[in-house]
Ligand binder design. Sequence first.
Ligand code: ZN
Ligand code: ZN
Length: 362
Amino acid sequence: MSTPNEQRGRLAQLWKDAAALELDAALVSALPNVRYLTGFTGSNGLLLVTERQATLFTDPRYTLQARTESAGSGVKVVIAKKSLEEALTPRLAKLKRIGFENNRLSYRAWEHLQRNLPLSASLKPLGNVLEQQRMVKSPTEIAAIRESVNINSQAFAAALTRFRPGMTETDFAAEIEYQMRLLGADKPAFDTIVAFKKNSALPHARPGNARIDGNGLLLIDMGTFRGGYASDMTRCVHLGKPGAKTRDLYRAVLEAQLAGVNTVAPGVSAGDVDVATRRVLRKHGLAKFFVHSTGHGLGLEIHEAPRLGRADETKLQAGMAITIEPGAYIDGVGGVRIEDTVLTTPTGVEILTPTAKELVFL
Ligand code: ZN
Ligand code: ZN
């Protein structure tokens, strides 16, 4: 989901970043980064970028796909007969300082490269220059995220109409993922979370055989990939009439979520958004029940930079797509999380997620 011009621009930017690190090549091994730069979506690929040429290595299963998908980016495709590293090493002969994705390359691959490097060459960390570049989304990427978000919300609404008391958490997670596919999602962006009653107090609960029946809070965290781009949303619904405790908990988390959303603007640091949600929960005596960060970037991966945690000093910029998802989890009682996908705009923020945030009763 990107234009040939965008891909060429990204390769040019990578080259600039590599040159600034005094590298004469950059080796890209993370598949989402390979996809970002070339359009190639296969499960096996390695990209070598030098000043003159970018070369994509893959295996014979992807001969046709790699050529078609990467055509716009102008990269050269090499089909490796054995491993990608073996096909790569002869091409490193004249290089001296080769940047590699030190956050991403496996130790096995690094070892292989290290053993087979020409004597004059050395591997240097490339750091997270691509992750930094990917934080700010292009108009094409924003359109893809918008579509992903809309499909995700439609799937949520469709699944809710098919909800029947007595379904298990797993049944309902399957229904949600089925609706995503019907509505045109590539696949779920992560394993859908459906957590009823005390299970909702586990921020990353796995759906199980618990029956969703009687009275209680039901937490649903779901996301889709569409055109390669992620969406992410959490909503809580309540079976039967909620008690005062649950209502208060919900209201406090919603207040925190809105405070987070309203803090988002260009120039604000990611950490400040986290401070804003935490301040509200502290006011309600819930700070110690908020055990994760406020949100994260998303795009070709469900979790991307920036991380909206206290320590992240990244300044938000127009074009950054992020989630705002404070929560409070009380053991034995239950948990509430409310999550939207939002976009940093030149003037502030746009909430992309169209689903309402009032507590829904089933
Ligand atoms: Zn989520
Ligand atoms: Zn999330």
